[in-house]
Design a protein around this ligand. Structure first.
Ligand code: DHB
Length: 314
């Protein structure tokens, strides 16, 4: 049997496939559709201190090979999460990664400190990259000093794994990954959504109420892969690859370019059992290749390409 598990700090994930934030609710919405314990982990929708209604409709638009969203961090708030959602999550075997979004450094600290005391919260993923809110979001995630500061402040408040989720809407994502690593992050999630838009030609109005939104799905996979590859050359901490992963082949590509684990997002809206299927597929591939551990695939791409162009920008 090929080993599928991996560790971040003290936390052991049973396999290398997690459900991405915002695509799996708080784990309970999908429990009739999929055995969530077959995932390595689930990442919750971003939580803020107070509940948020999010942006006005329309908040979703389909695009070729992808989707645009402008949810605006709608969520039930950290207190209701602890009361209503955590008891269900606590009973699950899968690793529970709680995603936090905030509009100030203090709010990140307050939400994390409260959650850090709770049983059933195994790790944190910090959203410094929501494209759809005025305060916080991208204004934090596109400022390297802010990413460093938020990481350092939160690092001082928790011993649990701290994962910074980075935006691709910058020139060199590797600089942000380095800032997160220097400030004590245990891992980075690469990438969050890309800014995109769509226009309804009948009404001549933007399809999203906020005009622009976050693009996800298969359309962004090659971009995400290149960003993971870039970050893998720059940091030693684990990278969680995310962006358009829908099949086991996609997941394998991410591992080969340097991702320690992957998250599946948009595909959950089509097939909520995609994650466990991909995890099984990784194990089957490892078995076929005669590997003892799926982890042997991490960064195992053969980059000896003849006529390769030296990527001096890396
Ligand atoms: C939202 C947050 C994100 O991090 C993202 O990538 C897309 C949308 C949101 O809640 O609007």
């Amino acid at each position: 049997m090929v080993k599928q598990s991996f560790k971040l700090g003290d936390i052991e994930f049973s396999n290398r496939v997690l459900a991405a934030s915002g695509t799996f609710g708080y784990g309970d919405e999908v429990k009739e559709l999929v055995d969530v314990n077959r995932l390595g982990g689930i990442v919750t929708k971003s939580l803020s201190w107070k509940p948020r209604d999010g942006n006005a409709p329309r908040r979703i638009a389909e695009t070729p090979a992808g989707m645009l969203n402008s949810i605006g961090l709608a969520n039930i708030g950290v207190h209701k999460f602890i009361e209503d959602k955590l008891p269900y999550l606590r009973a699950l075997k899968t690793v529970k990664v709680v995603n936090i979004a905030a509009s100030s450094v203090q709010e990140y600290c307050d939400v994390l400190s409260l959650l850090d005391q709770q049983q059933g919260v195994d790790a944190f993923e910090i959203n410094v990259s929501c494209p759809n809110v005025k305060e916080g979001g991208l204004s934090f995630g596109t400022n390297c000093d802010m990413v460093r500061e938020i990481t350092a402040e939160l690092r001082a408040l928790t011993k649990k794994p701290l994962i910074m989720k980075l935006t691709p809407n910058v020139t060199h994502i590797s600089e942000f990954a380095r800032a997160a690593e220097d400030a004590g992050a245990d891992a980075v999630s690469v990438i969050n959504t890309l800014i995109g838009m769509a226009v309804d030609i009948k009404t001549r109005k933007p399809k999203l109420s906020t005009v622009t939104g976050g693009l996800s799905g298969p359309a962004i996979k090659p971009i995400a892969l290149a960003k993971v590859y870039e970050v893998a050359q720059a940091v030693k901490i684990p990278i969680i690859g995310v962006g358009g992963i829908s099949t086991v082949e996609d997941a394998l590509e991410f591992l080969l370019v340097g991702a320690t684990a992957v998250q599946v997002g948009s595909i959950n809206f089509i097939d909520p059992s995609a994650g466990p299927k991909i995890a099984d597929g990784l194990a089957a591939y490892g078995e076929k290749q005669g590997l003892g551990d799926v982890g042997q695939l991490v960064g195992a791409m053969d980059s000896n390409v003849e006529f390769s162009v030296l990527q001096s920008w890396l």
